[in-house]
Design a protein around this ligand. Structure first.
Ligand code: URA
Length: 236
């Protein structure tokens, strides 16, 4: 399959796409022995020989997945035209382009996976896998038992029934309640919308687990590389 040269270079872990464009413009990249300085050339990495500074460029075999404790105020993206802080700026893995698996709202914190393994990302995000996401939500007021029961059974949000949710009260305090919420859907701002729908807006939201993989004591803004065992926990 033909793809843009800078994309192939980036995916090979050689550099970011922008850096790869610089290399091309500098005349350092050859395709089948021919120097390519024009941007956007379509190449077939399986059939053509691509070199940079005379060294062959190959697809990276190394698949890396990290678990980040996303702070509030960071956008789940690899670039933000508005110039807000982005989650990829918190990842220091030279030569690897890790992209977020799904998203967390700007104002939500906690567990966010980033990976360069497209197949893994697909498996985690596909609804048929029904991977639970566990959240800690602090909501306004004291939700009544009936409201929580409605969320457990599923409510109509934007014309569509939500799947049954696991909901457990962790702590009650004057004016607010902290709950654990387990869902496997990833609708936009779903937890916030669920509690708003029963009249108890979310004050604070943190994702604490993907499947059986927990955030644990990972400090805010820090990440760790996941092992094969960690990856298996996601699907457990
Ligand atoms: N639900 C939300 O409301 N926000 C998130 O970021 C994730 C789930």
């Amino acid at each position: 399959m033909k793809e843009r040269l800078q994309k192939v270079l980036a995916r090979a872990g050689l550099a970011s796409r922008r850096k790869a464009e610089e290399y091309i413009a500098q005349g350092r990249v050859m395709v089948d022995g021919r120097r390519v300085e024009k941007m956007g050339e379509l190449v077939d990495p399986e059939r053509q020989t691509i070199t940079c500074d005379g060294r062959p460029v190959r697809e990276t075999a190394e698949k890396v997945t990290v678990l980040l404790n996303k702070p509030a105020g960071y956008v789940t993206t690899m670039a933000d035209p508005q110039g807000r802080p982005i989650v990829s700026a918190l990842i220091d893995e030279p030569g690897l382009r890790l992209f977020p698996v799904g998203r967390l709202d700007l104002d939500t914190e906690g567990a966010l996976l980033l990976t360069n393994d497209g197949d893994l990302a697909q498996r985690i995000l596909h609804p048929s896998k029904e991977i639970n996401r566990t959240y800690q939500a602090r909501v306004q007021g004291q939700p009544a038992a009936e409201g929580l029961e409605a969320l457990r059974r599923g409510i109509i949000l934007e014309g569509r029934q939500t799947w049954p949710a696991g909901i457990r009260v962790l702590r009650r305090e004057p004016g607010a309640t902290t709950l654990e919420v387990v869902i496997h859907e990833g609708r936009k701002r779903q937890v916030r919308k669920m509690f708003a729908a029963i009249g108890h807006p979310v004050l604070y939201l943190k994702r604490v687990a993907y499947g059986g993989l927990r955030l644990g004591g990972l400090p805010r803004g820090k990440y760790r590389r996941l092992s094969e065992d960690d990856l298996r926990l996601i699907f457990r």
